[in-house]
Design a protein around this ligand. Structure first.
Ligand SMILES: C[S@@+](CC[C@H](N)C(=O)[O-])C[C@H]1O[C@@H](n2cnc3c(N)ncnc32)[C@H](O)[C@@H]1O
Length: 228
């Protein structure tokens, strides 16, 4: 059976361009991005990306990069890989990298799944998926990142005991994610009390989409899963 979801559809949904870049942003894309881009092809690992065997973190769809930059600043000895198809987001992330002098970040302008599949199995300590596009209509459910194909990929790339963090402000996505994740035996939900998924855990900064949701009076749910 073909699983119809983002890993098998091989198609990126959503916008990749927004407002025209300001001059400073365009310069960062031209000068800084090539210095810290994930190579376009071939296998990649801690050594090829950072020159050593440091713990690796991967963020799917980092948006403006505020979470990625915060985590990279917090853990300078770890390596952070982020992928985002939205060019303005990449430019925003580059600004954080420059302003915080981060030497432990590598970026991919494009599909996260294409980078994930080139990493060795069991090579990631953390995977982050924060406020993924909700695709609220049932007929678009196959486009959601929380689907068997992407989750199999994430599971295979996480090291045993590694952590998958998911945040969402969308009630449909929240229910969907709980349903899909509850069927999996390879992820253990780390929540013990409601507070564990209603209150933002420490070391998990607010993203742009989370802030927007809070401003608009919406709830946010935080999920932490341990790879078995
Ligand atoms: C709702 S935004 C959330 C952005 C950010 N994580 C935040 O919390 O502010 C969802 C992001 O996922 C990105 N996205 C969608 N499909 C993706 C894919 N296949 N690989 C990487 N990013 C993707 C979109 O471009 C968008 O920036």
């Amino acid at each position: 059976m073909t699983v119809r979801d983002p890993t098998t559809l091989r198609r990126l949904y959503g916008r990749s361009k927004g407002r025209p870049l300001r001059v400073g942003q365009a310069e960062l894309i031209e000068r800084l991005l090539p210095q810290l881009s994930v190579p376009d092809e071939g296998p990649i690992d801690g050594r090829t990306l950072f020159g050593d065997r440091r713990p690796l973190h991967f963020e799917i769809g980092f948006g403006g990069g505020e979470h990625l930059a915060y985590r990279a600043d917090l853990l300078p000895d770890h390596g952070f890989i982020g992928a985002e198809p939205f060019l303005n987001g990449v430019a925003a992330a580059l600004m954080h990298v420059r302003d915080r002098h981060l030497a432990n970040v590598r970026l991919h302008h494009g599909d996260a799944l294409q980078v994930l599949e080139r990493l060795p199995d069991s090579s990631l300590r953390f995977v982050y998926l924060l406020h993924p596009d909700p695709w609220p209509k049932a007929r678009h459910a196959k486009r959601r990142m929380i689907n068997p194909g992407p989750l199999d990929l994430i599971a295979s790339k996480l090291e045993p005991g590694g952590e998958f963090r998911l945040g969402t402000d969308d009630p449909v996505y929240c229910r969907w994610a709980m349903m899909v994740m509850s069927r999996r035996t390879d992820f253990e939900w780390l929540a013990e009390t409601p507070g564990d998924f209603l209150v933002r855990p420490g070391g998990w900064p607010e993203t742009r989409y989370e802030a927007k949701a809070r401003r608009e009076g919406r709830e946010v749910w935080y999920f932490r899963y341990r790879r078995a």
